[in-house]
Design a protein around this ligand. Sequence first.
Ligand code: CAO
Length: 446
Amino acid sequence: MAIKEVLVPDIGNFDSVDVIEVLVKAGDTIAKDDSLITLESDKASMDIPAPFAGTVKEVKIKVGDKAAQGGLILLLDAEEGSSAATAQPAAEEKPAPAPVAQAAPAAAVPEPTRPAPEPPQTIQPQATPNPIAAHVETAPGKQAHASPSVRKFARELGVNLSLVSASGPKNRILQSDVQAFVKGELNKPRGGGVASAGGIAVIQAPVIDFSQFGGTETKPLSRIKKLSGANLHRNWVTAPHVTQFDEADITDLEDFRKSMQADAEKRGVKLTMLAFLIKASVNALRTYPNFNASLSPDGENLILKQYFNVGFACDTPDGLVVPVIRDVNRKDVLEIAAELGELSAKARERKLKVEEMQGGCFTISSLGGIGGTAFTPIINCPEVAILGVSRSSIQPVFNSKIKEFEPRLILPLSLSYDHRVIDGADGARFTSHLRMMLSDVRRLLL
Ligand code: CAO
């Protein structure tokens, strides 16, 4: 064994390119041609293969570094008789020696068009469950031939290239082969576990060229929209939603709110209905603690919270955000209204801190200032319920005491809850409790 330096070989017309992946670590035993790092320029990505076999002593490069020809990648305890000079190219894969081998004696040259054979791939660990990775298995021994960019593409998706059928020349795997494999895996009915016993097999959405029907313009989604979209989709498909609709008579509450408005304004606070709704919701959460809870990750337990933090959906030019008002049980309606104003202003000025959007127990989505009669809000998981509020309007309500219809201000409520945690009866009890709280302003003050 001898310690050898492995350097960045000639990488074409690039002075310095980004290191986007380091595929080995100290202590790894590697074979000749195993990929060591992946470099990416604005035009292409390329893997740098090991010029000889051995054990990695020390990696000298990291993700984010810039690499240039001759730069040190790692120190290798090289196996005897294995060197760049003595290594023979595989007859099929590398018919001609790389022209710049002398310029970088310690490293083999990556060959963009005829790359080294793919080492047996392992599934990359995923931050979130990956339906593709979950359905592929490693098939050691079978070597796949693909360009570095295709291998990178496959790695990003967690695809084991040895399972992908090749359609390129000399049995080479093309990007379209990886895409076809992924499509095939996604369209397979999910089987095996209880959660997938129903088999959610979704057919591929057709790709439509809308310009055939008229003019179009493509506008990128904002970062918030992309993030919230993915979360909303997950919450919608994982939590079985039921929405309970109800109506609260807020005639007296609205009179009270208006009577307090001038006082509130003197303190620089806008007192809207939402502050009262937040207060009333916490009263309902205390009465029905299962709503102030989250399911444990294994789905075996309910984690009941002893704090009362309420989030509210806030519409901003960049999309939906949910600031959280903490410890609502310890605050009066004016304090809640003040915080509501501050947090909404911050949200619209993009100044919300991450911690101001964390720790919520229950969310209110109020569209009352805009319009509508009812809607089905999506639960902000891992919370188990969300209250939707629509626009209040004057409705004729029959007063049985005087046997007459009276004009009353009615507020529509839409409570979506996770049916794994909350039964329909409790859903109806919760909204009835809210009705009661909102229709008698004195109760809110208790
Ligand atoms: N019925 C009738 N009017 C209502 C009302 C209701 N339920 N709720 C509020 N209003 C009125 C307010 O009184 C106010 O009237 P004035 O301007 O005459 O005083 C006006 O509507 C605007 O209210 P607001 O929006 O400034 O204040 P708010 O406290 O009601 O709401 C906030 C604050 C941040 C929740 C709101 O601005 C917002 O962003 N709403 C959208 C939330 C959203 O997008 N939800 C959908 C999420 S997807 O599930």
